[in-house]
Ligand binder design. Sequence first.
Ligand code: AMP
Length: 360
Amino acid sequence: MTVIPPGSTIGIVGGGQLGRMLAMAAAQLGYKCHVFAPEEAPPAAEVSALFTRGDYADEAALRRFGGKVDVATFEFENIAAGPLAALTGQAPLYPPREALEIAQDRLSEKTFIQQQGGRPVAFADVDSEKALVAALAEIGTPAILKTRRFGYDGKGQVRIQSKAETGKAWKAVKGAPCVVEAMVDFDSEFSILLCRSSEGEVTIWDAPRNVHSRGILERSTVPADKALQPAIDKAEAIARRVAEALDYVGVLTLEFFAVGDEALFNEMAPRVHNSGHWTIEGAMTSQFENHIRAICGLPLGAVGLAAPRVEMRNLVGDEAEGWRDILADRTAHLHLYGKPEARPGRKMGHVTRLLGLRVG
Ligand code: AMP
């Protein structure tokens, strides 16, 4: 891959906080960013040199956008095949299109992970109420019905406590193709954050232990408890295989449930991830910086911990209004995404604390 030198323009498809933090890391390295997103004033555009407002389904707009950037990446995954092809016809796209296409569909993602030797949660694909009834007879309840596409932060998911709820659950997904999964009684959740360069160099950050609340990440802590290490080792091996198989370039995230020493695969994201926000202050190089380095063909930075312990907490909905109290703690690193409206369940910011250091 040819090196994209500092001074070049990086295209980012998607305008949320992930794009915002990518653009900030890119600026530090002397790049300009051009954001493509449908919103009027997305968080990423505020910190980028250029912004094109356009629909993710608008092939012509994505083709024009591709013509204006030296390399493109994405922070938003639900881009259809046609518009994606229009973009890749104009500019190199990293991570590779294939990774995005696999991760867009929960069924292809689980099948792919199985091919790489990973173990997804017990699941079945369902496209009718009858198929759901049959799958539940196999998997049992409680279970979770998830739409194959367009789900995130617990959206597109219905929990099924007992078989009596089958009809109601099927109605809730409005006939969308789904997978149904067994509800896992996990010990912990954790994620593997990996970055692979165009030269095939791989860095893996310390795996954070993640706690979710109502389907949304609440906090990530590193290092994870020692008891999780056997499961983390297995998960890391899978993540490496996935990255190799896809000839991956950039940050790749895989989420797992730890059950004893086993790592059950939950889902993957071919991008920087919320459970890696702690790396901005908590690691020698952040996920955002290494992603930019990777997609521009630069060598990767070291990823060791910058403190004995690091904790990241999301600020969801009106929690961000407590910014004064958060800043009263001199060790808190506050990040606010500049979103105008604090809707319930909306990620407004996050706060990271480095623990075990002399405060000074
Ligand atoms: P997802 O968007 O699929 O990652 O789901 C969001 C969160 O819901 C996960 O991080 C878990 O906390 C919970 N969850 C999802 N699927 C399952 C499952 N099969 N068993 C138990 N908890 C789950």
